[in-house]
Design a protein around this ligand. Structure first.
Ligand SMILES: Nc1nc2c(c(=O)[nH]1)N[C@H]1C(S)=C(S)[C@@H](COP(=O)(O)OP(=O)(O)OC[C@H]3O[C@@H](n4cnc5c(=O)[nH]c(N)nc54)[C@H](O)[C@@H]3O)O[C@H]1N2
Ligand SMILES: Nc1nc2c(c(=O)[nH]1)N[C@H]1C(S)=C(S)[C@@H](COP(=O)(O)OP(=O)(O)OC[C@H]3O[C@@H](n4cnc5c(=O)[nH]c(N)nc54)[C@H](O)[C@@H]3O)O[C@H]1N2
Ligand SMILES: [Mo]
Length: 693
């Protein structure tokens, strides 16, 4: 089916749209439009991954599109920052004001006084990585390090150049699937469909997760380790596999280097020591090790969830050692599956040359905005595709920064988010069905092209259009700023990796989405071909050492804040914090809409029965979660889904209920790749006062 078909009388049309939410599934949906109004959305079952259903959010996407809260024209602040009082202003005036303020700031403080801040509110090529990047490159603005989401694995894959990944769709052939720090049932429901198929054919599912997540509840085995101790588990598994003579000696000899150094590293990680560090039993560690070595094909699907602790990068590398040790790369459906880079599209062409300006990590926005020593100071903030007031670390510091009267803040969004409430100007953005896009997928091997199904609501303008308007007003005359969306899509695809594998402009325009071959085929590393010298996997990897300076062999790096590593802190804050995504929202998107608020009207703090009893707390009691960084109010949900000593705070709620999960998180950067430590923090739970939450 072409992206648009006429469906009979009454001017009804059906449009194929690939979802641009920040999600691995990148689903294909059909939007029915009558008289210019979208009246229905359903799964496009011709898409092999999407199949017959959408997720609970996109099923109700039209509530988002036509929400009474949509920003429909530019707004200028009339009250104090944070209060959210605005008046309408024209696009011309808004663009003029931005250009004048930026020009003055650049003249006085230099381009680095401007900070662009974005993430993946839309993961479309034009919206996320498009001409907006180029605009800020041209202005010599400060650069943003965007490592907030799985930055550790991305950095390792970048250093190695070829990611260590099997085709995710081959998981249906696996006999053993280990979901390691991923809650597929909530965060990749179509990935879960594949796992269900595998299980129907007899596969076993093991989940490694400190929380009994919806996925863990459905697993054959759930290993509830302490947060941030994944590296110890991975080394402990290696220990047992070697100790029991279960390593694939032929694969190791032919396709790897540095085995002896790795064997020496894992030698002290006996099942007992691993158990002591992770909180698991020695038997559980031994059992999983034997299963990984003796079941074929076995695949480890590791997620972003395990990349929120100080040692997560080292843990990822230790996990990467396991399929090389067991020779699982020999088999279709064996090895590792994780987030992929959307590298088939020529985003770099859109960005243009990157100037040698300073870089700041988005995780440290609060620190950057409030640091009196920073030279030059950040005087202008431009936010698109993101809601930093909610999603980045150390929320109280972020809010203090956003409240600065001398900071000129512009927020481009569909809604007046918590961040937008602090903006001087708010610009209206379109939903994913209101503009053209080129969409990669970070979960599966697909490339898609969207044509808008309906006209933008009100005066909404897409990110690329805002970049064009600003560039024109600022006198930047590069060809990219003169290209229409369609021309940008063509430009991005011309000579791209996508085009080389058959997903060129014409075909994408006709077919909507194209499945592209998995790099390296069905068994990319069965015969070596690893992205290291000699095509051999480096148990002791010079590439890894050179990139990160952590030594060639993965070491265990414990959590930065745990009762063991910070006994001083644990005397006041004895509980380990998990800040978890919600099944019915995408990060902070939907958190103000009935989709989420219907499912979770209140902030629920999940706590183990023993921990609740020790604090005199009963289910439903008002509680406060506290540490030195902040405080979150909510209601106790007493449940054995969380282990004793751990507490769960929901991530993504808006400030309507008071501070959210990130009021408790540290802006500490983890061991490599600039990754976050959102699930590496100590807290205490205390009785709260009724009312607020
Ligand atoms: N419904 C929904 N879907 C989403 C999103 C959403 O917000 N809602 N967000 C999207 C985005 S941006 C992303 S990155 C993906 C993320 O999707 P996932 O990769 O599934 O990551 P999370 O949901 O953050 O966490 C998954 C699990 O990791 C566990 N975890 C936390 N810390 C640790 C640890 O130290 N070790 C281990 N082993 N496990 C740990 C958590 O308890 C949680 O159950 O989902 C995407 N899809
Ligand atoms: N404590 C804690 N913090 C976390 C996490 C966690 O698990 N725990 N997860 C982290 C992860 S993995 C991620 S990816 C980040 C997510 O952080 P963000 O990417 O900031 O995610 P959202 O909160 O969904 O904000 C996206 C915003 O973009 C807007 N938007 C959507 N489409 C468009 C568009 O076309 N144009 C414009 N201009 N705006 C648009 C949406 O309305 C929304 O307000 O959060 C991170 N923060
Ligand atoms: Mo993410």
């Amino acid at each position: 089916m072409a992206p648009v078909t006429n469906e009979g009388p009454g001017g009804t049309t059906v449009h194929r749209i690939t979802c641009t939410h920040d999600c691995p599934d990148a689903c294909s949906a059909q939007v029915t439009v009558t008289d210019g109004v979208a009246v229905g959305i359903r799964a496009d079952s011709t898409h092999p991954v999407t199949g017959r259903h959408l997720c609970s959010k996109v099923d109700r996407y039209l509530e988002r599109v036509y929400s009474p809260d949509r920003v429909l024209h530019p707004l200028r602040r009339t009250g104090p920052k944070g209060e959210g009082r605005f008046e309408p202003v024209s696009w011309t005036d808004a663009i003029d004001e931005i250009a004048e303020r930026w020009t003055a700031i650049i003249a006085r403080h230099g381009g680095e006084a401007i900070l662009p801040f974005s993430y993946l509110g839309s993961m479309g090529a034009l919206s996320a990585f498009g001409p907006t990047y180029r605009l800020f490159h041209r202005l010599g603005a400060t650069q943003l390090e965007r490592a907030i989401c799985g930055g550790q694995a991305l950095a390792i894959n970048r250093a190695m150049t070829t990611p260590l990944q099997a085709d995710p769709e081959l998981l249906v052939e696996s006999r053993l699937i280990v979901c390691w720090g991923i809650d597929v049932v909530s965060t990749s429901i179509h990935g879960w469909d594949l796992m269900r198929k595998a299980r129907k054919a007899g596969a076993r599912l093991v989940v490694v997760d400190p929380y009994r997540s919806p996925t863990a509840r459905r697993a054959d085995t759930h290993l509830a380790l302490h947060p941030g101790t994944d590296g110890a588990l991975a080394l402990g598994l290696g220990h047992v596999i070697i100790e029991r003579g279960l390593a694939d000696q032929a694969f190791i000899a032919e396709h790897t280097t540095g085995f002896d150094a790795y064997a020496a590293e894992v030698a002290p990680w006996t099942p007992e020591r691993t158990a002591a560090e992770t909180g698991l039993s020695a038997e559980a560690v031994e059992e999983l090790a034997v299963a990984l070595a003796t079941t074929a094909p076995a695949a480890i699907r590791f997620g972003v969830g395990m990349q929120r602790a100080d040692g997560a990068g080292s843990a990822v590398r230790a996990i990467q050692c396991l399929p090389a040790l067991t020779g699982q790369w020999r088999h279709r459906g064996g090895g590792i599956v994780n987030a992929r880079t959307m590298g088939l599209l020529n985003y770099e062409k859109l960005w243009g040359p990157i100037p040698p300006t300073r870089r700041v990590n988005m995780i440290q926005l609060g620190r950057v905005l409030t640091d009196p020593q920073l030279a030059p100071p950040v005087k202008a903030l431009f936010v698109w595709n993101s809601n930093p007031a909610v999603i980045t670390a150390d929320q109280n510091r972020v809010l203090a920064g956003l409240a600065r009267d001398d900071l000129f803040t512009v927020v481009h969004d569909l809604f007046v988010t918590d961040t937008a409430r602090y903006a001087d100007l708010v610009l209206p953005a379109p939903s994913m069905i209101e503009h053209d896009e080129l969409v990669g997928s970070w979960g599966f091997n697909y490339v898609s092209r969207n044509r808008s199904a309906i006209a933008p609501l009100g005066q909404a303008k897409a990110n690329a259009e805002v970049a064009r308007l600003l560039a024109r007003r600022l006198g930047l005359d590069e060809p990219v700023f003169a290209m229409s969306d369609d021309e940008l899509i063509r430009y991005c695809l011309d000579g791209s990796g996508a085009e080389a594998v058959g997903a060129g402009y014409e075909r994408l325009d006709t077919e909507g989405f194209v499945r592209v071959p998995h790099p390296g085929g069905d068994t990319p590393f069965a015969h070596g071909g690893f992205p290291e010298p000699g095509g051999r996997f480096g148990f002791a990897s010079e590439v890894f050492d050179r990139a990160f300076g952590l030594g060639p062999v993965p070491h265990y790096r414990p959590p930065a804040e745990s009762p063991e590593t910070r006994p001083d802190l644990a005397r006041r804050f004895p509980l380990r914090l998990l800040t978890l995504k919600r099944p019915h929202s995408v990060n902070s998107s939907y958190a103000h809409l009935p989709v989420l608020l219907g499912a979770e009207p209140r902030t629920l703090i999940e706590i183990n029965p023993a921990d609740a009893a020790a604090r005199g707390l009963a289910d439903g009691d008002p509680v406060r979660v506290v540490n030195d960084r902040g405080e979150v109010s909510g209601f106790a949900a007493v449940t054995d889904h969380v282990a004793r000593g751990t507490v769960v705070v929901p991530f993504g709620r808006w400030l309507t209920d008071g501070p959210g999960a990130n009021a408790l998180t540290a802006d500490r950067i983890g061991d490599l790749g600039g990754g976050p430590t959102f699930c590496d923090a100590l807290v205490e739970v205390a009785p709260g006062t009724v009312g607020r939450a």
